[in-house]
Design a protein around this ligand. Structure first.
Ligand code: GLN
Ligand code: ZN
Length: 753
C-alpha cells in the first residue's frame, strides 16, 4: 500500500509565508529573499512528508497566493483589464490579479469561499475574448526540484472541470465552450510533468457537488480520455473530496485515470458502492485521515474499511491518504505548549496527520496490534476526561422538550405585544459593532497581557460604550447597540467564556493570501459558566431611554467558525451551544433588555454541498437557532442578522427561524434578494442592508432613499427596517458617522413622504 497526502499547508508553522508576503508587498523584502523563503517552506514540507515515510511528496500544492490563480495563469485566462499594465515582472501581474492594481485603479479578481471551507480562492473570469496564451505553472519547476533533491514527487493540479465550474462567465454555454481549449492546455502540461513522476493528482472536488451542469457532465469522459491519452500510460490520480461522489460516481469511476481518490471522511459509505465498480487496474486512494479537522484519527473506525479495500483490490492497488488537502488544518502540534495534556494528546495537525498515514499502513500491513491499541487508549482516555464529558450537560440536552423550540405565540400576536417598544415606522438601527479604534484595540491587548487591571479595563470599555451611545443619540437612531468594543471577534468572545472551548497558540489556517484565522477549538461538552454579556448591555441601557439591543452570536455561527470535536455529531454540539445561548437570552430579558439580536452570520456558509445533505443540516441548524431564541416572552423582540444575499432558495428555512426581525446583507447585490420576498410571503420584519460596510465610500441620502424605495415595492412599510449591511468594526468613524447620518435622513425623508 502506498501513502500520500493531497496537499500540505503552505503558510508555514510560524506563518512565515504571511510575513514574507507582507514584507514583500511593503517593499522591505527583496524579490530574491521572498522567493528564497517560499523555497525554504516547500523544501521543509517535502522533508516532513518524506520523514513521515509517505511514498510521495506533493508538489504544486504550494502557492504564493492561491492555487486557483496559479491555474488561471497557466491557462492564460488573464482578463483584459490586467494585460494592459502587466508590470515589470510576472509577479506584478500575479499580485495585481490577486490584490488589484491600486496605481491604475484596476480591481482584483473576485474572491469567494472554496466549496464549504473557510479558504477563499480568486474567481476566474471568462469573457468572449480569446484565445488565451497559456502561461507556466509553478508545479513544473517545483516537481523538477523535488526530483533533483531525491524525492518522489506527485504533482497536483486543479482539474479543468472544477476550474471551469468555479469560473464566472456570462452564460454557462460560453463557459463550457472553452472546455476543449482548456483540455489541450492541460494535456501539454501533463506531458511535461509525466516524465518526472508516477502519479499526477488532478483535483476535481466539483464531482462531489451539484455544480456540474449536464452540458459539462456529458463531456467528462471525452475530456478525460484526451487527458489520459496524450502520453504513454495514464498517470492521473483523479482526486474527489469534500463529500461523497453521489450522482457523479459513474463519471469518476470510469474516467480512465490510473487512480481514483475518494473522501471516506465525508463520504463514509461510498466505499461499498465503489469497490465493485472500479475497473481492473485502477488504483483506489482512500481518504481516511480528515484534512479538515485537528483531531487524531480513530484508527479502529477505519481499519475495517481499509482491510475491505485491500481484500477486494489487493494491496498494490490501494493508497492511503488524507481526505482532502491538509491546507485546511494547522501545521504542527509541537508548536502548542499551553494546551492541557488531555486535549493536546487528542490532536493531530498536518505534520501529525502525515505520520498517521504511515501508522495506518503499519497496522494493516504488519498486523501490528500495538499501534492500534495505543491509538484506542489515547482517544478513549481523553474523550472520557471529566472536563470533556459532563453528565449534567448531556442530561440537559437530552431532556429538551419540543415546546422549547417554539415561541409562546405566533408572529402576528407577538407583533402586537411588541408595540410597547414604541418604534417609528422604518426604524433605524445598526448591526452591532462600531469602529474598533486603535485605543480600543490597545485596551483589550493591555488587559489580555496583564498590563491593565480589571477595574481599569471595565472603566475603559465603559468609556467606549458611553461614547458610542452618545453618538447614536446624536445621530437619532431608533434602536441602539453597545458597540462591541469588548469583543475581538464575535465567536472568540463567547468561546473564551464557555466551557468546552480552548484556544491554540499557533493553530493558524490560511483564509486567503496572507490572511490566516485561528479558530477556537470545541473539545468538550459546551456549557455557560456565567452571564457573558449582561453587564455591558445593562450599562449601555442605563445611559439612554432608547432600547439597546442585547447582542449575541448564534449557535450555528459559533459552531461553523470553530474546530469541532469529532466524537459527537455536529448537530448535538450545536444543541449544547444553543442551550448556553438560550440561558444568556433569558438572563438578558430578566435584566430588562427588550430587544435581543442573535447573529447567524455563518448559517448559509455552513451548508453542505449537495441538496440532500443541505436539507438535513438546515433542519438542525434552524432548530438550534430556535432553541436559543424561543425562551422569551412575546413582548421581547428577537432579531437575527445574516451576512450574505443569495438565500432565495433557503428563504423558507429563514422564515422557520421565526425571528421577529432579520437584517441581511444586500446593497452589494443591488437588493437582488428582494425578489425572494416577492415570491415568498415573509411574515416578520426585514432590514435589507442599505449600504456596503466593506467600502469606505460614503453613501448619499439619495442613494439610500432610492434603495429603500425599491425595498418598499417588495416589503410592506410596516415590515421594513433601515440598517447597514453588517457591523462597522472595520470602518473609521470618519466614514461611519456621516454615512449613518445619511441613512437616518433617508429614513426620515421616506417617513415624511
Ligand atoms: N454583530 C456583529 C457585528 O456587528 C455581526 C458581524 C457579522 O455579521 N459578521 O460586528
Ligand atoms: Zn454581517
Amino acid at each position: 500500500m502506498q501513502t500520500h497526502i493531497l496537499g500540505f499547508p503552505r503558510i508555514g508553522k510560524k506563518r512565515e509565508l504571511k510575513q514574507a508576503l507582507e514584507s514583500f508587498w511593503k517593499g522591505t523584502l527583496s524579490t530574491q529573499a521572498f522567493i528564497a523563503t517560499s523555497m525554504e517552506l516547500k523544501k521543509r514540507h517535502w522533508e516532513i512528508q518524506e520523514s513521515a515515510g509517505l511514498d510521495y511528496v506533493t508538489t504544486g500544492d504550494f502557492s504564493l497566493y492561491d492555487q486557483m490563480l496559479d491555474t488561471t495563469l497557466m491557462l492564460g485566462a488573464v482578463p483584459p483589464r490586467f494585460s494592459k499594465y502587466s508590470g515589470d515582472s510576472p509577479l506584478d501581474l500575479y499580485f495585481n490579479m490577486a490584490r488589484g492594481d491600486a496605481k491604475h485603479n484596476i480591481p482584483a479578481l473576485e474572491m469567494t469561499k472554496w466549496f464549504d471551507t473557510n479558504y477563499h480562492y480568486l474567481v476566474p473570469e471568462i469573457d468572449a475574448n480569446g484565445p488565451w496564451v497559456a502561461g507556466i505553472h509553478p508545479v513544473v519547476a517545483d516537481t523538477r526540484l523535488a526530483r533533483k533533491l531525491g524525492y518522489s514527487p506527485k504533482p497536483v493540479l486543479i482539474g479543468p472541470f472544477t476550474w471551469l465550474a468555479l469560473a464566472k462567465a456570462q452564460g454557462s454555454s460560453l463557459k463550457w465552450s472553452r472546455l476543449d481549449a482548456i483540455v489541450s492546455a492541460y494535456a501539454s502540461l501533463l506531458g511535461t510533468l509525466s516524465a518526472h513522476c508516477d502519479y499526477i493528482q488532478i483535483d476535481e472536488p466539483v464531482l462531489c457537488t451539484d455544480l456540474l451542469p449536464e452540458e459539462a457532465r456529458k463531456h467528462f469522459h471525452s475530456a478525460y480520455a484526451a487527458l489520459n491519452a496524450d502520453y504513454g500510460k495514464s498517470r492521473l490520480l483523479l482526486a474527489t473530496y469534500f463529500g461523497p461522489l453521489g450522482r457523479n460516481l459513474e463519471l469518476a469511476v470510469n474516467s480512465g485515470c490510473a487512480a481514483l481518490h475518494v473522501d471516506l471522511v465525508r463520504g463514509k459509505r461510498q466505499l461499498e458502492a465503489i469497490l465493485p465498480l472500479l475497473p481492473a487496474e485502477t488504483a483506489l486512494s482512500l481518504g481516511v485521515v480528515d484534512g479538515r479537522n485537528i483531531w487524531k484519527t480513530d484508527f479502529s473506525k477505519i481499519v475495517p474499511g481499509i482491510n475491505q479495500a485491500v481484500a477486494a483490490l489487493g494491496s498494490e492497488r490501494v493508497l492511503l491518504a488524507s481526505s482532502c488537502s491538509l491546507l485546511h488544518c494547522p501545521v504542527d502540534t509541537a508548536e502548542e505548549s499551553a494546551l492541557p495534556d488531555h486535549i493536546k494528546k487528542r490532536m493531530a495537525f498536518a505534520v501529525q496527520k502525515c505520520f498517521e498515514l504511515t501508522s495506518l499502513r503499519k497496522i494493516v500491513e504488519q498486523n501490528d496490534p500495538s499501534v492500534l491499541a495505543e491509538n484506542v487508549a489515547v482517544l478513549r482516555n481523553s474523550v472520557a476526561h471529566p472536563h470533556t464529558s459532563i453528565a449534567a450537560v448531556r442530561e440537559r440536552s437530552s431532556s429538551v422538550t419540543p415546546a422549547m423550540f417554539t415561541r409562546l405565540s405566533p408572529y402576528p400576536q407577538r407583533r402586537e405585544k411588541q408595540h410597547w417598544l414604541n418604534l417609528p415606522e422604518l426604524p433605524t438601527t445598526t448591526i452591532g459593532s462600531f469602529p474598533q479604534t486603535a485605543s480600543i484595540r490597545k485596551t483589550r491587548l493591555d488587559y489580555k497581557q496583564g498590563d491593565m487591571s480589571e477595574a481599569n479595563y471595565i472603566a475603559a470599555i465603559r468609556h467606549e460604550i458611553r461614547d458610542c451611545i452618545e453618538k447614536q443619540e446624536a445621530l437619532g437612531l431608533d434602536v441602539f447597540v453597545h458597540g462591541e468594543a469588548e469583543r475581538n471577534d464575535m465567536v472568540e468572545y463567547f468561546g473564551q467564556q464557555l466551557g468546552g472551548f480552548c484556544f491554540t497558540q499557533n493553530g493558524w489556517v490560511q483564509s486567503y493570501g496572507s490572511r490566516c484565522v485561528k479558530p477556537p477549538v470545541i473539545y468538550g461538552d459546551v456549557y455557560r459558566k456565567a452571564p457573558m454579556t449582561v453587564d455591558w448591555i445593562l450599562y449601555a441601557q442605563s445611559l439612554t431611554v432608547k432600547p439597546v439591543k442585547g447582542m449575541l452570536t448564534g449557535p450555528v455561527t459559533i459552531l461553523c467558525w470553530s474546530f469541532v470535536r469529532d466524537d459527537m455529531a455536529r448537530s448535538e454540539v450545536c444543541k449544547q451551544i444553543a442551550l448556553a445561548i438560550r440561558d444568556e437570552v433569558q438572563d438578558l430579558e430578566k435584566a430588562g433588555v427588550r430587544i435581543i439580536q442573535i447573529d447567524e452570520a455563518a448559517l448559509r456558509e455552513g451548508m453542505p454541498l449537495t441538496a440532500q445533505e443541505a436539507e438535513i443540516y438546515l433542519k438542525w441548524a434552524v432548530d438550534a437557532f430556535r432553541l436559543s431564541s424561543s425562551g422569551v416572552k412575546d413582548s421581547t423582540q428577537i432579531h437575527t442578522h445574516m451576512c450574505y444575499s443569495e438565500f432565495n432558495a433557503i428563504l423558507p428555512w429563514i422564515a422557520r427561524m421565526d425571528a421577529d426581525v432579520i437584517s441581511i446583507e444586500s446593497s452589494r447585490s443591488g437588493m437582488e434578494l428582494l425578489d425572494a420576498f416577492t415570491d415568498f410571503r415573509y411574515q416578520g420584519a426585514v432590514g435589507p442592508g442599505v449600504y456596503d460596510i466593506h467600502s469606505p465610500r460614503i453613501s448619499s441620502v439619495e442613494e439610500m432613499t432610492e434603495l429603500l424605495r425599491r425595498a418598499l415595492r417588495h416589503i410592506p412599510k410596516e415590515q421594513l427596517w433601515v440598517n447597514p449591511d453588517c457591523g462597522l468594526k472595520t470602518r473609521q468613524w470618519e466614514e461611519a458617522y456621516p454615512t449613518l447620518e445619511n441613512m437616518v435622513s433617508a429614513a426620515k425623508r421616506l417617513r415624511g413622504e
